[in-house]
Design a protein around this ligand. Structure first.
Ligand SMILES: NC(=O)c1ccc[n+]([C@@H]2O[C@H](COP(=O)([O-])OP(=O)(O)OC[C@H]3O[C@@H](n4cnc5c(N)ncnc54)[C@H](O)[C@@H]3O)[C@@H](O)[C@H]2O)c1
Length: 268
């Protein structure tokens, strides 16, 4: 992809499934990467696997001072900032299990989710944009979710926080686009590595029925889209939310059932 050579990128949540794939892909494309994660060892693991073009900086996206330090330390180390992949989020299944419907979800779950998933992206962008403007512009890629676009059976706080991410993306693009900042969002569908696939195998089987791409999503699918959106090849794409979900939101909600019916009724 064009224009990623020697660019400096921060990947938040870079110790996790999607973040580690993105950090690795951006480095493969020639960027210098900061792997930023709440869990220091996870970030260091990713940075070590990438090698000389990556460093790990532990940070907490919920803490304004920690975010300011992340941006400052990045510029101090690599000399500039061009790309921010806002990818960290509260993904602990034990926490998400308390996020149900509007009546039963505790307020603290709503508040923590909004802080962790939406306010944290506002904060990182707040500190990153001024640094990007110093080098003539940059690219911010925010990770939203399919759960921002359609309601699921639970997780009202998570879905709402990701909806805020989609809107935040448009505002940043609108306010700073003419200054050279592009800000786009990605809405992944279900993305699994082997470990997560084993953990949620029953749910995965249900979800796979709805895919029109015949395999589950993987972290490299998102990493490839992040690299594209960060690159000069995506120069004319700004303020968008792009689904990377195997087509799960492209069709009628009844698609899987209708296909099953067609097979049993008409496919004999
Ligand atoms: N995996 C999916 O199916 C899927 C689907 C849609 C959207 N997403 C989104 O993609 C992103 C990455 O998901 P993933 O599956 O790789 O999750 P993951 O749990 O593997 O990674 C998330 C990372 O974020 C870090 N993190 C959490 N809170 C943080 C904080 N306050 N400060 C700094 N780092 C913090 C965690 O330590 C972890 O390493 C998230 O924004 C998630 O909401 C994932």
């Amino acid at each position: 992809m064009r224009g990623l050579q020697n660019k400096v990128a921060i990947v938040t949540g870079g110790g996790g499934r999607i973040g580690s794939a993105t950090a690795t892909r951006l480095a493969e494309e020639g960027a210098r990467v900061v792997v930023a994660d709440l869990i220091a060892e996870a970030g260091e693991r990713t940075a070590k696997a990438i090698g000389a073009n990556a460093i790990a900086i532990p940070f907490d996206g919920n803490d304004p001072d920690s975010v300011a330090n992340l941006i400052h330390a990045t510029v101090e180390h690599w000399g500039r900032l061009d790309i921010l992949h806002n990818n960290a989020a509260l993904t602990d299944l034990k926490f998400l299990d308390r996020d149900q419907d509007v009546v039963s979800t505790p307020m603290e779950v709503w508040d923590q989710t909004m802080i962790g998933n939406a306010r944290s992206y506002f904060l990182t962008a707040k500190h990153a944009v001024p640094e990007m403007l110093k080098v003539g512009g940059g690219a911010i890629i925010n990770t939203a979710s399919g759960a921002a676009l359609v309601a699921e059976n639970a997780r009202i706080s998570y879905g709402s926080s990701k909806g805020a991410v989609v809107t935040l993306t448009k505002y940043i693009a609108t306010h700073h686009g003419r200054q050279g900042i592009r800000c786009n969002a990605i809405s992944p569908g279900l993305i699994v590595n082997d470990a997560l696939a084993a953990e949620i195998s029953e749910f995965l089987a249900v979800s796979n029925r709805q895919l029109i791409t015949p395999r589950p999503g993987k972290p490299d699918d998102i990493a490839a889209l992040v690299a594209f959106l960060a690159s000069e090849d995506a120069e004319f794409i700004n303020g968008q939310n792009i689904c990377c979900d195997g087509g799960i939101l492209a069709h009628s909600p009844a698609m899987a059932d209708v296909l099953d019916m067609a097979e049993s009724e008409w496919g004999k």
